[in-house]
Design a protein around this ligand. Structure first.
Ligand code: NAG
Ligand code: NAG
Ligand code: NAG
Ligand code: NAG
Ligand code: NAG
Ligand code: NAG
Length: 140
């Protein structure tokens, strides 16, 4: 049964946030607190190899690669630039352990099937919560 209060709150949230969402449709935006562990989802999964990149001030860094072997349903880690800071889930999501300032920026996942060509997924923008988002501010 539909909970009317939840429905009302949901509508309120949408009414409140829709103007913000319109500005960020080109990339997903994720807000975190420093020190949190976070998981970034890759929206492409139909590939045998998944690669995660961070883009930060004009530098593209390869963080993690994971592969899925024949007949296996899950991905396993192949390369990790910093094992104490990154991890990958069996579904190829990137885990960042205890987010720091240097983690802020854009993240891309890519998929590859025994070729040089990499198909990139949706970019994810990571930022700390509490920053000023002038486009999304509502007067009190
Ligand atoms: C984050 O993950 C690490 C490693 O898995 C764990 O030791 C730590 O307790 C986690 N921290 C939080 C805030 O969940
Ligand atoms: C990549 O390879 C897998 C396994 O061989 C296959 O199931 C999948 O359809 C391929 N994906 C693409 C986009 O070619
Ligand atoms: C794949 O991952 C799922 C959930 O993470 C787990 O339940 C399952 O046992 C894994 N399968 C294999 C073959 O490792
Ligand atoms: C790896 O991550 C740890 C903690 O997350 C950090 O202290 C260390 O400096 C990192 N190492 C490198 C080479 O970036
Ligand atoms: C994070 O938020 C701050 C404050 O709004 C902004 O100046 C900065 O450009 C943002 N950084 C990223 C990577 O989006
Ligand atoms: C992933 O997201 C991108 C950007 O929105 C989109 O172009 C692409 O079709 C998506 N891929 C899948 C498999 O959903």
């Amino acid at each position: 049964m539909v909970n009317l209060l939840d429905l009302f709150l949901l509508q309120l949230l949408f009414a409140f946030f829709t103007p913000c969402l319109l500005h960020i449709t080109s990339s997903d935006f994720i807000s975190v607190h420093p020190g949190e562990n976070i998981t970034l989802l890759c929206n492409i999964t139909d590939y045998t190899e998944i690669l995660w990149y961070q883009l930060r001030s004009d530098e593209v860094k390869l963080l993690i690669t994971a592969e899925k072997w024949k007949l296996k349903e899950n991905y396993s880690l192949i390369y990790n630039v910093n094992k104490s800071h990154y991890d990958v889930t069996e579904s190829s999501s990137l885990v960042i352990i205890e987010v720091r300032k240097t983690d802020l920026g854009f993240y891309y996942c890519g998929g590859r099937n025994n070729t040089k060509h990499i198909q990139f997924g949706k970019p994810i923008r990571l930022n700390f919560t509490g920053g000023k988002h002038t486009l999304c501010q509502h007067p009190a």
